[in-house]
Write a protein that binds this ligand. Structure first.
Ligand SMILES: Cc1ncc(COP(=O)(O)O)c(C=O)c1O
Length: 441
C-alpha cells in the first residue's frame, strides 16, 4: 500500500528556493497555509519538488474530481491539443463546446431544454448567473447568505459574505444585495434548534425581510450554495432549499444554485441540489467539471437564458481542451466515480464520527458524499471555535504527509478526488487522529 513519504525537512531545499522566488514575483494576495510546492500528481498522490510524497485530501480545492492526471482525461486533452487549441466559442463554432453543452444539458432532468454559457472559473460562472438573473427579470435586488463564497470578481464578491479580508478596500461593490443567515444549525443565528425551529430562518425572509426592507417583486434572485463550502461545509436541513424555492417562486424570484464546489458528483449525485429535491432556475458550475482545466459553466432553461447576442461572452470560455477534459470527466463520474463518492464518503463520515467520540474538540461532523467537514471547538458546550487548533492540526497533517485544508472559521474540510479508495480514507483518518492527539489530545 502506498503511504506518505517525507524525505526532507519541510519545505525541502528546492521548495525553499522556489518559495523565495514566489515571494518576489507572485502576487502576495494568495493564502498558502503550508509550504507545499507540487511537482507531479497521480490519483490521490502529490510529489513535491524535493521528492516528498503526500496524500492529497484537498484535490486542489475540490477540483480533481477524477484524481490527479487521470489517464483518460489526459488522453482526451492530448488528442484535442493535436487538433485545435482555441478558436473562441463566442465568435465561432467548434465541436467540443457544442458536445459539452448538450451533455451538461442532459444531466438536468425535467421537461425544459437547458442552455449553457461557458466561462473559465467559478467566479465567472456566478458572474454570468448574476447578469442573466438581472437581464431576464429586469429586477435590481438580490439575496445571498452570510458565510457564502461565490468568487472574487466584483459581482461575485458582492454576493460573497465569507471573510472581511476578501472585501476590505473594495467597496463600493454592486448594490442591492441583502445577506441573510444560512441554515447553519450547529450555530443557529436565531439561537433555535432544528427541527423545533420549524425552519424559522426561511420563514423570516417572507415574514420580516419582505415586509420591511426588501420588496420581493424587486428581487431578481436568491443565490445559494446547496451545501455551504468555504463557509464551513455546512449541510442545511433536508427541506431547506425546497421551502426557500417555494417562497422564491411565489414572488417570481429565481433560485440560483452555486454548485461550483458541491457539483460534478462530489456529493454522490451529479448536483448536490438533487439531494434536496430541488431543480434550480440557474446553476453555476466550475471546479470539478474539467478535472483541473479551467472551465466554468452556467446553465438555465432556454426560457430563462433568453439574453440577446452580445449581452455576455468571454474569449477563452469553453476552450476546446477544457471541454474535452470535461466530457472525459463526466463519463468517468457517471461510470463509477459518483457511486464511489457515496461509498467512500460514508466511510470517511463514520470514521470521523468515531474520532468525535474520542476527541472532545470535534464539535460537529457533517457532509454528504466527499464534501465532508469537521468543526473543532475548545469546549463542546460553549462551542468556542478552536481556530488555532484547527490551524495546528492542518500543519501537523502536512508534516506527516497528509494534505487537508480549512473552511469556515474553525472547520477542517475533506474533499479528496472521487477516485479515493478505502485504504486512502483510513490512512487520512489515522494521520488525522495522530495530529489531533498531538494538538488537542
Ligand atoms: C461555491 C463557490 N462558488 C464560487 C467559487 C469561485 O470559484 P473560482 O475560484 O474558480 O473563481 C468558489 C471557489 O471556492 C466556490 O467554492
Amino acid at each position: 500500500m502506498k503511504t506518505p513519504e517525507i524525505l526532507t525537512p519541510l519545505p525541502g531545499p528546492r521548495a525553499q528556493q522556489l518559495i523565495k522566488l514566489d515571494a518576489t514575483f507572485v502576487s502576495p494576495s494568495y493564502t498558502r497555509v503550508y509550504p507545499l510546492v507540487a511537482e507531479t500528481g497521480e490519483g490521490l498522490w502529490i510529489q513535491d519538488v524535493d521528492g516528498n510524497r503526500f496524500l492529497d485530501f484537498t484535490a486542489g480545492i475540490a477540483v480533481h474530481a477524477t484524481g490527479h492526471c487521470h489517464p483518460q482525461v489526459v488522453q482526451a486533452i492530448k488528442a484535442q491539443a493535436d487538433k485545435l487549441l482555441h478558436m473562441s466559442g463566442t465568435d465561432f463554432y467548434y465541436t467540443p463546446q457544442i458536445m459539452l453543452a448538450q451533455k451538461l444539458a442532459s444531466l438536468v432532468s425535467g421537461p425544459d431544454v437547458q442552455r449553457v454559457y461557458f466561462g473559465n472559473s467559478g467566479a465567472e460562472a456566478v458572474e454570468a448567473a448574476f447578469k442573466l438573473a438581472r437581464w431576464h427579470t429586469k429586477r435590481e435586488l438580490n439575496i445571498a447568505f452570510f458565510g457564502a463564497f461565490h468568487g472574487r470578481t466584483m459581482g461575485a464578491l458582492s454576493l460573497t459574505a465569507s471573510k472581511t479580508v476578501q472585501k476590505r478596500h473594495y467597496n463600493p461593490l454592486v448594490p442591492g444585495i441583502t445577506h441573510i443567515p444560512y441554515a447553519y444549525c450547529y450555530r443557529c443565528a436565531y439561537n433555535l434548534t432544528y427541527p423545533q425551529c420549524n425552519l424559522f430562518c426561511v420563514r423570516w425572509v417572507e415574514d420580516t425581510l419582505f415586509r420591511t426592507t426588501v420588496p420581493p417583486e424587486e428581487v431578481a434572485a436568491i443565490f445559494v450554495e446547496p451545501i455551504q463550502g468555504e463557509g464551513g461545509y455546512i449541510v442545511p436541513p433536508p427541506e431547506f432549499h425546497k421551502e426557500f424555492q417555494a417562497i422564491a417562486r411565489k414572488y417570481g424570484i429565481l433560485y440560483v444554485a452555486d454548485e461550483v464546489q458541491s457539483g460534478m458528483g462530489r456529493t454522490g449525485r451529479m448536483f448536490a441540489m438533487e439531494h434536496f429535491g430541488v431543480a434550480p432556475d440557474i446553476m453555476a458550475l466550475a471546479k470539478g467539471i474539467a478535472s483541473g482545466l479551467p472551465l466554468g459553466a452556467m446553465m438555465a432553461p432556454a426560457q430563462i437564458m433568453d439574453w440577446e447576442a452580445g449581452s455576455h461572452a468571454s474569449t477563452f470560455g469553453g476552450n476546446p481542451l477544457a471541454c474535452q477534459a470535461a466530457l472525459a470527466t463526466i463519463e468517468l463520474l457517471e461510470n463509477e466515480l459518483m457511486a464511489n463518492a457515496s461509498v467512500q464518503g460514508e466511510r470517511l463520515l463514520s470514521g470521523l464520527r468515531v474520532l468525535q467520540t474520542r476527541f472532545e474538540c470535534i464539535g460537529d461532523v457533517r457532509g454528504i458524499g466527499l464534501m465532508v467537514g469537521a468543526e473543532l471547538v475548545k469546549d463542546r458546550h460553549t462551542k468556542a471555535p478552536a481556530a488555532d487548533w484547527r490551524g495546528r492540526v492542518i500543519q501537523r497533517c502536512f508534516e506527516k504527509g497528509l494534505l487537508i485544508l480549512g473552511c469556515g472559521q474553525n472547520s477542517i474540510r475533506f474533499s479528496p478526488a472521487l477516485t479515493v479508495n478505502a485504504d486512502e480514507i483510513d490512512l487520512c483518518l489515522s494521520i488525522l487522529e495522530e495530529s489531533l492527539k498531538e494538538v488537542a489530545g
